[in-house]
Design a protein. Sequence first.
Length: 266
Amino acid sequence: MSGTEHLSVRREGATLILTLDRPEARNALSLPMLVGLYDGWVAADADDEVRSVVLTGAGGAFCAGMDLKALAGKGMGGEQYRDRLKADPDLHWKAMLRHHRPRKPVIAAVEGACVAGGTEILQGTDIRVAGESATFGLFEVRRGLFPIGGSTVRLPRQIPRTHALEMLLTGRAYSAAEAASIGLVGRVVPDGTALDAALAVASRINACGPLAVEAVKASVYEALEMSEVDGLAAELKRGWPVFDTADAAEGARAFAEKRAPVFRRA
């Protein structure tokens, strides 16, 4: 697929790389960017050749959140994209992964600022790698605003409640090291290498059985909304069919033959 204004798209093997590309504004969210993000999630899920997605930002920043000038009434640019938003008033929430969960694994590669809406989009990703100078935070309360991208619901489910509430109620900035210590990101790497590290993770995912990977991801998120008993029952319903696939047979055969498996999503 092609990108839109403020979003670039490229393929590297079985990985789709979505790059927030508005560096002059530290990749603050614009309407064209949101439309492009939504189209990217849909395209990745529709393409069986895509096995993972990496989300990153251009120019040494991830995303500085919503464009406050636009919020103040000066427009978000990209007037040609407004018809898309009128046709689907929920599109911006889907783009920010608030109302949409891709079935393919999504890995965030964070450099520089990942604040406000950037931290909110981050919570919709599955695996997160950050450069050591990256910064995080939900600054909305400092502006008299509400982090309405899902953070009051998702953040306390992803990190300990005391840390979630401190982040939400103080609006302060967090270093990459502190973000890792509370579990907001999984790994901190040298500056400038987050994308390479994320692509390395994606490569390992891509080498696995795609049907198994997607079923595992779906099972994890489904179980988060259930009791342990119900989650275990749901896991069996998702897991057993994977054993009956040709890919599962290929995995066992490849192990016995001491070679890399060739999975065909079958």
